[in-house]
Design a protein around this ligand. Structure first.
Ligand SMILES: [Zn+2]
Length: 137
């Protein structure tokens, strides 16, 4: 089956508060998100979806919130320690690991595409050599 992929980049900081090691400190990554969609039928322009329409969805539902944000799990400890920070905080239900970020991104975009296409794969690089991946079953 045909599929297309678009790659997005954003900068974000996070801290894994439950982690016993240096990732519990606030630090940043240049994230790279690969979004792959698939479908059986092409639209009137012989495309699964215009890349610019993919960009619109990911920009609106992911990048606008994640880019240059500090991602933190919503808990009392993080709430009180970040209360003096004058910064953009993206509060998440779980620790902002690459894996959980993918679950959050999936939730935000899976229903936003036209009916002829389906989200097939998401890949989120935290560094050049480390990434998490989600694939449609
Ligand atoms: Zn990290």
């Amino acid at each position: 089956m045909l599929s297309i992929t678009k790659i997005f980049r954003f900068e974000a900081a996070h801290a894994i508060s439950c982690y016993d090691g240096k990732c519990k400190n606030i630090h940043g990554h240049s994230y790279e998100l690969h979004v792959t969609v698939t479908g059986k039928t092409l639209n009137d322009s012989n495309m699964l979806i215009d890349f610019k329409d993919m960009k619109k969805v990911v920009q609106e539902f992911v990048i606008n919130d994640f880019d240059h944000a500090l991602m933190l799990k919503q808990n009392d400890k993080n709430k009180s320690s970040s209360s003096l920070l004058d910064t953009k905080i993206l509060w998440l239900d779980e620790e902002p690991t690459a894996e959980y970020m993918l679950i959050e991104i999936l939730k935000r975009i899976e229903t936003q595409f036209p009916k002829n296409i389906t989200l097939k794969r998401l890949k989120l690089h935290e560094t050049a050599t480390c990434y998490a991946e989600w694939e449609m079953e």
